[in-house]
Design a protein around this ligand. Structure first.
Ligand code: GLA
Length: 341
C-alpha cells in the first residue's frame, strides 16, 4: 500500500492542517487532505469576530462547510478558538449603552457563545482550544497575563470559567490551552504556573497546544524534549497546533526587496531537518497527540505577510504547486518504521 502521512502516523498521533473553505474547494488541496491529513483546524472560520460578529447575529456558513467536509470525510476537527485577544467583535466588550461591559455580562456572553459552538460542532470537534495566547511575559501583568479586554474585565476567573463552561457543554471533548513561544524561557515557566494552578483548582484542562511557528534554525531538540516533558509531567496532552518552519530566522526582518526570490537549497535542507527532528522527538512521547501545520501548501501561508508584509515564505510540507517536498516521504517512512518496530 502506498501510504500518506496520516496512515503512516495513525498509531502515533494525528496529522493536521489549518484550512479555509476556499482551500477545501481547491481540488489539489482536497486530494492532499484525503491522503495526508487526519485532523483539520479552521484557520479563521471559528474565531469570535468571524462567527459571531454581532450579539444577535451568527455567521456560521464557512464553519458549517468546514464541519460538513470533516464529517463527510470522517476527519477530526480542532475547535479553534474561543477566548483570544485578536479577531474579537467590538460588541463583545461593550454594554448596550456603549460603556465597558460588566464582568457578569461578559461571563454571560461567553457562556452563550460556548454553548452555541458546542451545540453545533461537538459531533466533529475532538479538541477545543478554549484559551489562546493569554500569557504575555513581555507586556503582561506581574503574573504574566496578557492585558487584554478579557482579562481586564473578567480577571483570571474568566479563564477558569471558560474551561468549566466548555466542560459542561462538551463533556466528551478535550480542552486545551494554546499559545506561541511556550516551549522555552519565561513563557514556558509562566504557562506551566498558570496550567498547574488551574489543575490544582480542579479546572478541566486536558492539554496544551504548542503553536510551533518556528524557524529553519529553531528550536533545537533539547528545547522540544524539555517542553514536552514538563507539560506531560502535569498530566497534560501536548499538540503542535500551528506548525510552520520559516525560511527566515526570527530576527531576520529584511525588507521585501531583499527577500529570497525562491527558497535557497540550504534552507530547504535545514527546514527538512527541523521537520524530521520535530516528528522524531514527538514520536517518543505518548503525550503528543497531534502535529498540525498552519496551512497545507506554500501557496497560502500567513508568513507571506508576517512579520514583513509581502515577503514570500515557504514554511509548509507542500510547495506552491501542491507538490510534496522531499521531506514528506521521509516522514512517511519514519512513521511506518515506528509502527512496525
Ligand atoms: C495565532 C492564532 C492563529 C492564527 C495565527 C496567525 O497563532 O492562534 O489562529 O491567527 O496566529 O495566522
Amino acid at each position: 500500500m502506498d501510504y500518506g502521512l496520516k496512515d503512516a502516523w495513525q498509531h502515533i498521533f494525528r496529522i493536521g492542517a489549518a484550512v479555509s473553505v476556499k482551500i477545501l474547494e481547491d481540488q489539489k488541496a482536497d486530494k492532499i487532505i484525503g491522503r495526508h491529513f487526519s485532523s483539520l483546524t479552521p484557520e479563521n472560520a471559528m474565531k469570535f469576530g468571524v462567527i459571531h460578529p454581532e450579539e444577535y447575529r451568527w455567521n456560521r456558513a464557512e464553519m458549517d462547510s468546514i464541519a460538513n467536509y470533516a464529517r463527510k470525510k470522517n476527519i477530526a476537527l480542532r475547535g479553534h478558538t474561543i477566548v483570544w485577544h485578536n479577531q474579537t467583535p467590538s460588541w463583545l466588550f461593550l454594554s448596550d449603552t456603549g460603556e465597558t461591559v460588566s464582568k457578569n455580562e461578559l461571563f454571560k456572553r461567553l457562556e452563550e457563545h460556548i454553548s452555541l459552538l458546542a451545540k453545533h460542532y461537538n459531533d466533529t470537534v475532538y479538541v477545543w482550544d478554549v484559551l489562546n495566547e493569554v500569557i504575555d511575559t513581555d507586556n503582561g501583568d506581574s503574573n504574566g497575563f496578557r492585558l487584554s479586554p478579557w482579562y481586564k474585565i473578567g480577571g483570571r476567573e474568566i479563564y477558569e470559567f471558560a474551561f468549566r463552561c466548555m466542560k459542561e457543554a462538551s463533556p466528551g471533548t478535550k480542552l486545551f490551552y494554546n499559545d506561541y513561544n511556550i516551549e522555552n524561557g519565561e513563557k514556558l515557566e509562566a504557562t506551566l504556573r498558570f496550567l498547574s494552578g488551574l489543575l490544582d483548582a480542579g479546572v478541566p484542562v486536558h492539554g496544551v497546544g504548542i503553536q510551533g511557528h518556528w524557524y529553519y534554525n529553531y528550536p533545537d531538540g533539547q528545547i522540544l524534549r524539555n517542553a514536552i516533558e514538563r507539560y506531560a509531567a502535569l498530566g497534560l496532552e501536548v499538540e503542535f497546533t500551528e506548525l510552520d518552519i520559516s525560511a527566515y530566522e526570527f530576527n531576520d526582518k529584511r525588507i521585501v526587496s531583499e527577500y529570497f526570490p525562491s527558497m535557497p537549497e540550504d534552507r530547504h535542507q535545514q527546514q527538512a531537518e527541523r521537520y524530521k527532528e520535530i516528528f522524531r522527538i514527538a514520536a517518543n512521547y505518548p503525550a503528543v497527540k497531534n502535529i498540525t501545520t498552519w496551512g497545507i501548501a506554500d501557496n497560502h501561508t500567513w508568513l507571506d505577510n508576517f512579520p514583513v508584509p509581502g515577503r514570500k515564505n515557504w514554511p509548509l510540507l507542500f510547495d506552491q504547486e501542491y507538490r510534496e517536498k522531499e521531506v514528506v516521504s521521509v516522514l512517511v517512512e519514519t512513521g511506518l518504521r515506528l509502527r512496525d518496530c
